[in-house]
Design a protein around this ligand. Sequence first.
Ligand SMILES: Nc1ncnc2c1ncn2[C@@H]1O[C@H](COP(=O)(O)OP(=O)(O)O)[C@@H](O)[C@H]1O
Ligand SMILES: [Mg+2]
Length: 468
Amino acid sequence: MSELDVTASILCIDDEPAVGVILEHTLSRAGHRSVLVSSVEEAMRVVARTPVDLIVADYRMPGLTGLDLLAQLQKEGYRIPVIIMTGYSSIEHAVMSIKSGAIDYLTKPIQAETLEIAVRQALEVVRLRRENETFRREIVKIRGRRTMVGDSETFRRAMEVVGTVAVSRATVLLEGESGTGKELFARAIHDQSPRADEPFITVNCAALPEGLVESALFGHEKGAFTGATVRSAGAFERAHGGTLLLDEISEMRLDLQSKLLRVIQEQEFERVGGHQPIQVDVRLIATTNRDLKAEVNAGRFRDDLYYRLNVVPIRTPPLRDRLEDIPRLVHHFVTGSAELHGGTPPTIAPETLEILQRYPWPGNVRELANAVERAVILCRGEVLQPTDFDQQIRDAAAHPARPAIVPQAGSAEAADAIDYNLDAVERLAIDRALAATGGNRSRAARLLGISERTLRNKLNVPPAVSGA
Ligand SMILES: Nc1ncnc2c1ncn2[C@@H]1O[C@H](COP(=O)(O)OP(=O)(O)O)[C@@H](O)[C@H]1O
Ligand SMILES: [Mg+2]
């Protein structure tokens, strides 16, 4: 039963044969299958045996009443909607039925038309309920994938920067080891931006074959190259109005870097094999797990493109620098895995958390997520034990290469991470934008996604012509 007019299985309960005949006749004319019984006991046997979409039941019957039926269904965990039929003068029965969970009531004598309407409405409610449940499960899944967990100082500061830069159009460079959540950060920037309802498009520069990156970014005209049988829109076009994530930008070929730089400068490009310039409004976010500055120094990355991308840098901290986030992350992944594979999530033994906080997690959060998922699947009891995890993780915990001490804010380790002070971040972004544009304030302002006046204010530069 997925549509309104689809056949439903309806169980009718009435001790008066005459009423039963009317019910059966009306329901079959409306295209439904119906089963008629004359007592609650019989009805309970039917629902135990066959799927029933809806029950139409008399309130007053010699043995158990309609109210008893509602109670029994509830007690045994059935969620079948029930329409109760009551005598014309017994409105209090109708009220009681609704209070006990009936979806609707009908007064006797039953009229074919009112019955049909009540049945149709009840079935629609069931359909919506099911649809709702499906959506809810989907949403839980999607949210789970996007939820960012962590409340270590390091993590919170990075999230604060996300919140600040999200509102602007400024290009963000996310630098961090693989598995530290760069894509998740990028998604969070988009989700918190005024572009949240517009597209979020990702191009992974490392995963695509070299020859395909260009057409993936800019699209191509029909016949542009062998195999280009139709015109295709590239990521820049599809991201129009929204955000384009250039994932693992360090892997982009030098000639494409030049092309990308031109697009960023001019906000327009051509499809491969095309001549028509296409204008787009796209906010760029790039990620890299290599040190991009070092790539520049080694001549593998264009320094002008680097400055263009590095307007607001955010460094995603490795997991070993925020071990205090591990308990929450483990909890998050345990719940997620249990949801995915069904079953109640196991609880987590304190020893388990202890060893997980001693392992250095070279693959960062991604490695932790995989390890936890595996452990949940292998876990035999109700408690997640250290033995549910790989030997390698337990061994490392027994002989930690480095003490499991989290660097304190202000320590040497924290100092080489980005300065998270918001004013400092803003100042840095402005300096970089100015450097990238050779000191051109109007272009720098555009890069930063603010007006030139705002930029002048921030720089404490008086306007060219004073109005006073
Ligand atoms: N703070 C976090 N909270 C919850 N899940 C996270 C977090 N950081 C990363 N993950 C998860 O870890 C995996 C790797 O994240 P991803 O963004 O792909 O990392 P990267 O792009 O840096 O390699 C993903 O499944 C992601 O959902
Ligand atoms: Mg990634």
